[in-house]
Design a protein around this ligand. Structure first.
Ligand code: F6R
Length: 616
């Protein structure tokens, strides 16, 4: 995903911009560039396809120096990865813009601007912004006033950084749907899409809010809110220890990563939502065209990522009406699969280096070369520079940040968010999802981070319940519908870090065998959102109680389930049914964590397991 860095200072800022881009490399990109207002009084730029190191080499060969500049790593959405499509984009010689996000009305704007005589030199949506700004500037005279007029005409998502050779006293920023943070220095100030990019130069930050426009000078910052009113944004100071590879105040990485979920889910949504719909271009330049042809989805993944795929099958079939198959990659790679025509091949992986998932993708591509039934491959992945991403046609990066704990937590919930975005995008492009339902779910997605915060508040109550498990050897997890894969994920988490044997079943399967295991020594964990399956689930719970089984139920506040003898109910915040699998994952992660802590296991590095399984 794209990254932005900007700086205004009294020293040469080129090295700061390049270092900032390097710190954003982990997010994934295909080209990089920067523009500086040079000491000669001109805007000069350097752009390269490929790594930031190539940009750095080009700058070593032909140095650029200046005290005002913007830089960017691009992840192609409109227009293939190429030097001419890389940012910054210019209008004439005096105006430069870098942009994260997607401008949906770029075609209409492009036509209008061509009519006004502007000549386009790239295929990007971004270039309309810089020409429109130039046009407004001629009319209005002041860069900040012109930028305010420009953003009023943009539909979609953007984080923008702007500089002009005519007003080199300022660096401008605008945020809507794509994050931006101002880094505060002494006699110098900075801008970035992620504070990590600026930790080299400052530890004081000011986060822009939705609709904010900022005018950043060397010695001060002025911000206007969405209504155009001047506002102050709070200053935040980061101390050492706030880095991703540091546990901070947490006892284990796993607990830290569980608690990061509201934030990383938010990040995964950023730049990908329009007012009432998912921005299809977030999946890549050809996504809209390809998605319109999709008639089937084949998902492959391993472990936790496979469970995310299983949830997605419910969503794709129920919400988007698309047939979907899901298979563990280690099986898929050796099977003679019968592929339906027009299948989208989706691989899901945190690391993007899992040997079985990669092999499954390669097999899928080889098959596609012979029978042409796979339309395209899409990687849902957390590592932008991974093999899986490089070898897939389309990518949607989860923005979970580095996951250090071997047991996957935040990668799973961000995968689910990415898969919900895929469901909504496919449903709309194919015309199988009602616009009103998409708008409703987009709204629910926006509220999801705060729902996750509420679910995390169950931590203490879950810690107490964990005591019930400390002496047990076996556990059963039950769920129905899309909560069945959530139960599978809960069981996987518990077994891998606490070494307690755990199995998961669809609750309706209980009486077809596993009920024989239930007695007072077998805790039964159930996830019970308030949906049309609730009454059926309640009967399954009765079956457990009748055999003396201990029930631990994570239930919707409105589910009408209460504590009783042998029944412990923990109320989960209410959420719409579609997003319930994401929310109900949280208490199950907390449960496995606290049980493991009670048992004294090595939570972050459980025995026999590796974080990235790069061998078969
Ligand atoms: C479980 C876990 C594993 C991984 C699996 C796939 O907590 O982390 O089951 O999910 O090894 O890894 P990725 O997602 O990197 O392909």
């Amino acid at each position: 995903m794209c990254g932005i860095v900007g700086a205004i200072a009294e020293r040469n800022i080129t090295a700061i911009l390049v270092e900032g881009l390097k710190r954003l490399e982990y997010r994934g990109y295909d080209s990089a560039g920067l523009a500086v207002f040079s000491n000669a009084g001109l805007l000069e730029r350097c752009r390269r396809v490929g790594k930031v190191s190539e940009l750095e080499q080009a700058l070593a060969d032909e140095p650029l120096a200046g005290q005002l500049g913007i830089a960017h790593t691009r992840w192609a959405t409109h227009g293939a990865p190429s030097e001419r499509n890389a940012h910054p984009h210019f209008s004439g010689h005096d105006l430069a813009v870098v942009h994260n996000g997607i401008i949906e009305n770029h075609e209409a704007l492009r036509e209008r601007l061509k009519g006004l005589g502007y000549v386009f030199s790239s295929d990007t949506d971004t270039e309309v912004i810089v020409h429109l700004l130039e046009h407004k500037l001629q009319e209005l005279g002041d860069l900040t006033v012109a930028l305010k007029a420009v953003v009023a005409e943009l539909h979609g998502a953007y984080g923008l950084a702007v500089i002009s050779a005519k007003q080199p006293d300022r660096l401008l920023a605008a945020r809507s749907g794509s994050p931006l943070v101002i880094g505060l220095g002494h006699g110098e100030n900075f801008l970035a899409s992620d504070q990590l990019a600026l930790r080299q130069v400052t530890d004081r930050f000011m986060y822009l809010e939705e609709g904010d426009i900022a005018e950043i000078h060397r010695d001060g910052v002025q911000i206007w809110d969405v209504a155009g009113q001047p506002v102050q944004r709070e200053q935040v100071q980061y101390r050492d220890g706030a880095e991703a590879a540091d546990k901070g105040a947490y006892r284990h990485f796993m607990l830290k990563e569980i608690h990061e979920q509201p934030q990383v889910v938010q990040r995964t949504l950023e730049g990908r939502l329009g007012a009432d719909h998912v921005l299809v271009e977030a999946f890549g330049p050809q996504a809209a065209e390809l998605f319109a042809k999709v008639r089937n989805v084949q998902i492959v993944a391993c472990g936790t990522s496979y469970h995310a795929g299983m949830v997605a099958r419910y969503w794709l079939e129920e919400l988007a009406g698309i047939p979907c198959q899901v298979e563990v990659a280690s099986e898929f790679r050796y099977r003679k699969v019968v592929v339906q025509p027009d299948t989208l091949f989706v691989s899901i992986s945190q690391s993007g280096e899992t040997a079985d998932t990669l092999a499954a993708l390669r097999n899928g591509k080889a098959r596609s070369a012979t029978d042409g039934r796979y339309l395209a491959s899409l990687a849902i992945c957390n590592v932008g520079i991974s093999s899986l991403v490089r070898e897939s046609d389309l990518t949607l990066l989860t923005q979970a940040g580095p996951e250090i704990g071997v047991a996957s937590t935040k990668a799973f919930t961000t995968q689910l968010v990415a898969l919900m975005l895929l469901t909504l995008a496919l449903g709309r492009v194919r015309g199988s999802l009602a616009a009103a339902l998409e708008a409703e779910l987009v709204d629910e997605l926006r509220r999801l981070p705060s729902r996750l915060d509420e679910a995390l508040a169950l931590d203490k109550a879950v810690e107490k319940i964990a005591e019930l498990f400390a002496e047990k050897h076996h556990t059963l997890f039950l769920g129905r519908g899309a909560q069945y894969p959530v139960a599978l994920e809960g069981a996987l988490k518990l077994k891998e870090i606490s070494y307690i044997h755990a199995e998961a079943y669809p609750a309706g399967e209980l009486k077809h065998g596993p009920l024989a295991l239930v007695d007072s020594d077998m805790p039964v964990v159930t996830v019970a959102p308030n949906n049309e399956l609730l009454e059926k689930l309640k009967s399954n719970l009765q079956e457990v109680r009748a055999r003396g089984g201990q029930l631990i139920v994570f239930a919707d506040q409105q589910a009408g389930l209460g504590n009783g003898e042998g029944t412990h109910v923990l109320a989960v915040p209410h959420i719409c049914d579609a997003l319930a699998p994401i929310l109900y994952t949280i208490p199950l992660q907390l449960l496995s964590y606290h049980v493991a802590v009670l048992k004294g296991t090595d939570v972050d590095q459980p025995r026999n397991l590796a974080k990235s399984v790069t061998v078969e």
